[in-house]
Design a protein around this ligand. Sequence first.
Ligand SMILES: [Mn+2]
Length: 192
Amino acid sequence: MSRQARIGRDTKETRITMEVDLDRAPGGRIATGLPFFDHMLTAMAFHGGFDLLVDASGDLEVDPHHLVEDCGIVLGTCLEEVFREGGPVRRFGHAVIPMDEALAEATVDVCGRPTLVYRADLPQTHAGSFALWLLREFFGGLSMGARCALHLECRYGENAHHMAEALFKALGKAIASAYASADDEMSTKGTI
Ligand SMILES: [Mn+2]
């Protein structure tokens, strides 16, 4: 069964094409026009061990908020398609990942209900020119698109770049385990 999805989404604000293949090795081109965001998405896919292609452009001159949030929605929608068409998944995924002095935790439940809990007290507002409060918009869009519960916590750290990167690495690993193939539907209700 295919555990791959390709989705295009065009609005007046953004134009995004994304492809996720959970069974292909990472290495796809990730280009959003926001280098730090590319760096985070690359870390997520690489450490999750799946391939992600992103071709995104948008009204960055207005505010990168639209693009970052929409990338979350499209990635989530890709995962939702994998879930619907790729056979049963293990449903829960969890990872705790350090990066130098920072420690971050990600937990995913592919439960059909979107929820985001995001706890990260980042000591700097920006990484390069990237405004780090945008990360919440990405994670919110992701949980919405994937209809999953997503809990992200950076327990501690001193460098916001390290803290964000640890979060994305943990997220990649948690996604990989949550969407790994299972023998049966993992719900006592019999359906998700
Ligand atoms: Mn880095």
